[in-house]
Write a protein that binds this ligand. Structure first.
Ligand code: BGO
Length: 266
């Protein structure tokens, strides 16, 4: 049976370079239905039953750009068997903002940290083993440009996709935020458990485009009010802040910056 792997990442993270390396000339290019956003899919080299779907480069799964809407509609409606999340290792903190959202969808994720050739030269160290534990997903170091690690990343993505296991979200926000998210999850009916977190967060964020993707939309105005009262801020800012706090704890644990002063001749 064919498996589908979605390739997702920020603009400029090296997604096109990786997609080309993985699929070679086995590519089909078109547009996403109704919009002029390019749609590319291809067969993984050496695997005629594995389709790689190249999603538009995005920073978030919010509904503010056409690319974000296209990417999330695809992920929600088609539910690929796995997501290969490519992140720019030279800009990992910013890239994790999207990663944490991808992981909320309940689709198994494997992370490929790209540009490792540049990271290594910079003297920065990304502890991918720790990162993997923290995120609850496999993490592979790659250089899409040089071709290192990409075969391993693809093979791991295929294995994950073939296992057809639901992903378990590993991360947590503060207890206060988690309690409210759990209340909203409890109100969502007729949906597998692993998919509820993403929708609960979007409902709290008052993302009205998400309603179209749900058959039953619960009234969560009480939970929105509860969050706004508790945090004294609007829910969208609260969630964004919770995400940043979580990401900085990951960076603190998993990235060692190069603290050595550069030698100068002056
Ligand atoms: C230019 N290592 C290094 N060093 N560079 C990489 C790697 C890697 O592992 N992966 C990708 N790049 P896209 P999106 C460029 O085009 O795949 C580079 O947006 C240039 N072009 O070569 O396009 C890649 O699809 C002139 O760089 O990303 C590309 O996600 C000077 O990252 C850029 C320098 O890759 C973006 C770079 C005319």
């Amino acid at each position: 049976m064919a498996v589908k792997i979605a390739l997702a990442g920020n603009p400029n993270c090296g997604k096109t370079t990786l997609f080309n390396a993985l699929t070679g000339s086995n590519q089909f290019v078109g547009n996403w239905p109704g919009v002029t956003v390019e749609k590319k899919e291809g067969k993984l080299k050496g695997h005629k039953d594995v389709v790689i779907m190249d999603l538009p480069g995005i920073y978030s799964l919010s509904p503010y750009t056409l690319e974000e809407v296209v990417a999330r509609n695809y992920l929600i409606a088609e539910r690929p068997d796995a997501i290969l999340n490519i992140v720019d290792g030279t800009n990992i903190e910013r890239n994790l903002y999207l990663s944490t959202q991808l992981m909320e969808l309940g689709i198994p994720v494997i992370m490929a940290v790209n540009m490792m050739d540049v990271v290594e030269k910079s003297g920065e160290k990304i502890h991918t083993d720790k990162l993997s534990k923290k995120l609850g997903c496999e993490v592979v170091e790659i250089s899409a440009l040089k071709g290192t690690g990409i075969k391993e990343a693809a093979e791991k993505a295929v294995k994950l996709a073939e296992s057809r296991k639901a992903a378990v979200v590993a991360h947590e926000f503060s207890k206060e935020a988690e309690d409210i998210i759990a209340e909203v999850e409890g109100k969502i009916k007729g949906m597998p458990e692993e998919q509820k977190r993403f929708f609960a967060i979007k409902l709290l964020e008052k993302d009205d485009k998400i309603n179209e993707m749900m058959t039953n939309v619960p009234d969560v105005s009480a939970e929105i009010k509860e969050m706004e009262d508790k945090f004294d801020d609007d829910t969208e800012s609260v969630i964004t802040n919770e995400r940043y706090v979580y990401i900085s704890s990951i960076i603190g644990d998993c990235v060692t910056k190069n603290t050595k002063e550069k030698l100068t001749t002056s």
